[in-house]
Design a protein around this ligand. Structure first.
Ligand SMILES: Cc1cc2nc3c(=O)[nH]c(=O)nc-3n(C[C@H](O)[C@H](O)[C@H](O)COP(=O)(O)OP(=O)(O)OC[C@H]3O[C@@H](n4cnc5c(N)ncnc54)[C@H](O)[C@@H]3O)c2cc1C
Length: 389
């Protein structure tokens, strides 16, 4: 079988890319190879589904602006008779707290976001305490609040893109890709675990944390590791009225209020396991995360874990940002990985960008600095103060 484009992996990135390809060119033949249509271990489905405008790199801010635009009408735009993808967008807002040491950085980031038209503002610690008493605490001097940031259902996003792509003629094939086929300086297709080969002059690797393995087998090395990140859902004795923001403290602990009154809490650690490990260690919550949380917010002194899971970051160890685009040494090979902790919200802009690149269309958003060249040259493009996010 020969196609114009083969996409490996059909979660957020693969589905969005397939959708935008057919939207821009209904004649292009596209097949998506996804080994598990339940997406049980895909990072997309295991993610927190947070979408935020509060980044420090102009590209990442513009990517999120596009995401908010798409998500505002996603259910209407992607509805088919079989399914209406209600993404459940909740604009509860993200509050990034800062201590005195990091205040200037936080204000600089906010000013960049504001200059790009984002609705982000500064709240003093006293204003935070008055508005959300449970987020009163001794360690922050204030924070930046993005009122449009919020949470989205990742399943609805993937299903929405996937069903529309299929309706437009994309083939979704449930199969495991065992290898990419490289013919010297060009990509030639893929080989399935069944042994079957599929040919295409363009292959897009959207296999998430599994992407680097497929790439290194054909001599393409990217600085991306699969790193396990755990998420804990907790119940508390706290009571409140109205919406609570999602709160991020400078050390990286974050608290996302869920619709049912629970909180989703997580904290990435430098020693999180590398590899394809999905085993949550609850002791990590009790030993590390909870003490840090209570140190910031004493009101969280009584909690009970009601659920936990782990997913993988495709962690870009060079600079924490996406690696997006053509790999110059292998004609037709397109890379889409390294999203670390913020890829779900980027699938809209990334899918559109890849489609534009493959079909040689005008780029609605210039994401060339997130391309592969910086990886080849080893030149990082940091999102924030050299911190990997
Ligand atoms: C705990 C956690 C919380 C997160 N929270 C957020 C958040 O709040 N906001 C945000 O924006 N991002 C978040 N992220 C990051 C985000 O989930 C990812 O960056 C994004 O979902 C990556 O999408 P993807 O399509 O590239 O990869 P994935 O979703 O992992 O999809 C890859 C797909 O490829 C398939 N696949 C892999 N190998 C093969 C193969 N050989 N053959 C066939 N199919 C294959 C897999 O089955 C999978 O479905 C979080 C991640 C984690 C782990």
């Amino acid at each position: 079988m020969t196609y114009d484009v083969l996409i490996v992996g059909g979660a957020a990135m693969g589905s969005a890319t397939a959708y935008y390809l057919r939207l821009m060119d209904p004649a292009v033949s596209v097949a998506v190879l996804e080994r598990d249509s339940t997406y049980a271990r895909s990072s997309t489905i295991l993610s927190d589904g947070n979408v935020r405008i509060q980044f420090n790199l102009e590209e990442n801010i513009r990517i999120s602006q596009f995401a908010l635009e798409v998500l505002a009408t996603f259910a209407d735009d992607m509805e088919l008779s079989s399914y209406r993808p209600e993404v459940g967008k909740r604009h509860q807002g993200n509050l990034f707290l800062t201590d005195a040491t990091h205040r200037a950085d936080a204000v600089a980031g906010m000013e960049l976001q504001q200059s790009l038209g984002c609705d982000v503002g500064w709240l003093d610690a006293s204003e935070i305490a008055a508005r959300w008493p449970m987020f009163d605490g001794p360690r922050h001097v204030g924070g930046t609040f993005g009122s449009l940031d919020g949470s989205v259902d990742p399943i609805a996003v993937v299903r929405g893109y996937r069903q529309c792509a299929v309706a437009m003629g994309v083939e979704f094939i449930e199969a495991e890709v065992s290898s990419l086929i490289r013919d010297d300086a060009a990509i030639a297709g893929i080989r399935l675990a069944s042994g079957e080969e599929m040919k295409a002059p363009v292959v897009v690797n959207c296999a998430g944390a599994w992407s680097p393995g497929l790439l290194s087998a054909i001599g393409v090395d990217v600085p991306v590791l699969p790193i396990m990140r755990s998420v804990f859902v907790v119940a508390s004795h706290l009571e409140w009225e109205g919406d609570l923001p999602s709160v991020f403290v400078p050390s990286g602990v974050y608290v996302l209020p869920e619709k049912d009154g629970t909180f989703l809490i997580a904290w990435s650690q430098p020693d999180d396991p590398v590899g394809f490990d999905f085993t949550v260690r609850r002791s990590g919550f009790y030993d590390m995360i909870w003490p840090e949380l209570v140190d910031h917010f004493p009101a969280f002194d009584q909690l009970e874990i009601v659920e936990s899971w782990a997913g993988l970051y495709a962690a870009n160890t060079l600079d924490g940002n996406t690696i997006l685009g053509r790999w110059p040494e292998v004609r037709g090979l397109h890379i889409c990985t390294g999203f670390s902790g913020h890829g779900f919200q980027q699938c809209h802009a990334v899918g559109r960008c890849l489609a534009e690149l493959i079909l040689q269309r005008h780029h609605a958003l210039d994401l060339s600095r997130l391309g592969t060249q910086r990886i080849i040259e080893g030149e990082p493009l940091y999102e924030h103060a050299r911190r990997l996010i």
